[in-house]
Write a protein that binds this ligand. Structure first.
Ligand code: PEP
Length: 287
């Protein structure tokens, strides 16, 4: 379901489409990635789902996937994002990819601060913040990932933890840039093989808290424009449950979406569960 919101008193309303994304992590060759993208384009040609779709290939496939998606003539936006990037435009950072390079490869978005990057590659709240600001400066949508570990959950401080992650990630980000921010709540204990999806009650509580953090930072109207999506062991079966949770504006899917037909099933299940979009006459821009 799209929600029509006003960014500020007197400004034009903006349609906030639901958002369905998948990161392929370190999977798929260029050929496999392009085949997936081509299949998605073919599906979208006959689809009128009310959602923005975004896929996050490895860097090596970014450009080829962007070119494949550019062939889409469907009204369903299908975008491509990078799974990470450095914050600097250029420099002596061996092995890194800059925002300029991500843009040059055709990406629309960038995933920042995924749990695995924080846990295995030294990503901190401070580096996440630098990357978020760099992404926005370069016109990229910043998919900001926050998430608790199982020990944070056991200590009962999930809201405090993810709230701090979000506040630091958005430090120095203006309300005007918020429309280019998507927040993904992805608990570490829920993602990947062996993960168990968060309960809808947990998702409702955390998403509600993240929304309240945004309201505290930016005020009610801008905060309502930010999509908060859930990720962690999403499957076709549990999609309708998550789609019914308030403050869930989409899903970020890993393993279950690495097969394109399953991703399509998830997109369609989510959109079917959400129902028809609000009146087009109120909508002036689609993100
Ligand atoms: C993820 O790691 O971002 C993720 C959503 O993984 P999965 O869906 O495989 O749990």
């Amino acid at each position: 379901m799209s929600v029509t919101v006003n960014s500020d008193a007197g400004s034009e309303p903006v349609a906030m489409r639901d958002w369905l994304g998948t990161s392929w992590k370190m999977n798929k060759t260029v050929r496999e990635a392009v085949t997936y993208a081509d299949d998605l384009v073919a599906w979208a040609a006959d689809s009128d789902v009310d959602a923005t779709v975004c896929i996050f290939p490895a860097f090596t496939a970014l450009s080829a996937v962007a070119q494949a998606l550019a062939r889409s003539t469907s009204p369903v936006p299908i975008q491509v994002g990078a799974q990470n990037m450095h914050w600097a435009d250029a420099g002596s950072y061996t092995g890194e990819i800059s925002p300029l390079m991500v843009r040059d490869a055709g990406a629309h978005a960038v995933e920042i601060g995924h749990f695995e990057r924080r846990a295995s590659f030294g990503e901190t709240d401070a580096t996440v913040n630098r990357k978020v600001k760099a992404a926005l400066r370069h016109g990229l949508v910043a998919l900001v990932c926050v998430g608790d570990s199982s020990s944070v959950r056991d200590f009962g401080v999930v809201n405090e933890f993810v709230g701090m992650q979000l506040k630091v990630a958005l430090s120095g980000v203006s309300a005007a840039s918020l429309q280019e921010v998507i927040v993904a709540y992805e608990p570490g204990w829920a993602i990947g093989a062996g993960g168990v999806g968060a309960s809808t009650k947990e998702v409702a509580l955390v998403h509600g808290h993240l929304r309240s953090v945004l309201v505290d930072l930016y005020g009610e109207a801008p905060a309502r424009e930010v999509r908060i999506v859930y990720g962690g062991s999403v499957t076709r079966e549990n999609v309708p449950d998550y789609a019914a949770v308030s403050d869930v504006d989409g899903l970020f899917v890993g393993r279950a979406a690495w097969d394109v037909s399953e991703f399509v099933n998830i997109i369609e299940a989510f959109c079917a569960a959400r129902g028809p979009r609000s009146a087009p006459s109120q909508e002036v821009a689609v993100r």
